[in-house]
Design a protein around this ligand. Structure first.
Ligand code: DGL
Length: 260
């Protein structure tokens, strides 16, 4: 691998742009290629096998584009497919999982909530890690049913999304949690709405920064960090590049349609 090669990032749609932003901020010299598989969103309601096949497809595309590392910027794809990806391909993969550990360590009420997709919450990887980390903690899990669809449709700030979110969060509101873990890369786009619903003392955390740091560590250890600017990030959507554009607005980045 040459250090001038790009970093590949994929998600079921626009959610992974929250991870892209962290990576771009931490590693501004790197060129990044982002794939939004919006045509197949949401992954969260698909079977493990379907998620694995879609993850293979996205990986093959990024390999064709000569990437040196792949960031699976999707909790659902990570928790269901990263083991298979690592088995099948030689390239390093960085995954993302709900930030249960920091929440569990910092929670003084010992009650935390996690909002994620059905695919993530029902995965073996999630249940193994979360059960180890929450022996002295109450973990209340809620499925964000319908939320990814709203965000993909560009409706994160709509009143209908607020009402749906309020209903989804009701089991959490009934408990006295002090941390809410966002276990889906789409959900940081709901933070303004979440803040309207949750009591002011509930802290919201996600894994974006940790993923960017881990990407840097792996590239550094492999001697693969770019040392000179490699060019602007590029983005591809296989459904609606205009929606993707709204989430990375204000920047002179190339955003195009690609059938992958
Ligand atoms: N961004 C994906 C995640 O982190 C969304 C999954 C979906 O498409 O349902 O889980």
């Amino acid at each position: 691998m040459a250090n001038s090669q790009p970093i590949g990032i994929f998600d079921s749609g626009i959610g992974g742009t929250t991870i892209f932003r962290e990576i771009h901020q931490l590693l501004p010299l790197e060129k990044t290629i982002y794939l939004a598989d919006s045509k197949n969103a949401p992954y969260g309601r698909k079977s493990k096998e379907e998620i694995i096949q879609l993850s293979y497809k996205n990986t093959e595309q990024l390999l064709k584009m000569n990437c040196k590392i792949i960031v699976v910027a999707c909790n659902t794809a990570t928790t269901n497919a990263i083991k298979e990806l690592r088995k099948k391909y030689k390239i390093p993969f960085i995954g993302i999982e709900p930030a249960i550990k920091p929440a569990a360590l910092q929670s003084s009420k010992k009650k935390i909530g996690v909002l994620a997709t059905k695919g993530t919450l029902s995965s073996e990887l999630f249940s193994n890690t979360s059960s180890k980390l929450t022996t002295d903690i109450d973990l209340i899990e809620v499925v964000g049913k319908g939320l990814v669809e709203k965000i993909e449709a560009g409706k994160a700030n709509d009143e209908s999304t607020f009402l749906l979110l309020k209903e989804i969060l009701s089991p959490l509101l009934a408990q006295d949690i002090d941390y809410l873990v966002l276990g889906c890369t789409h959900y940081p786009y709901l933070i303004p709405q979440l803040k309207r619903i949750l009591p002011a003392d509930v802290k919201i955390i996600d894994s974006g920064k940790a993923v960017a740091l881990q990407t840097k560590t792996v590239l550094k250890n492999n001697n693969n960090l770019a040392t000179t600017p490699q060019g602007n990030p590029v983005f591809y959507s296989n459904k609606n590049p205009r929606i993707l554009k709204r989430f990375i607005r204000g920047k002179d980045f190339k955003i195009s349609y690609l059938d992958f």
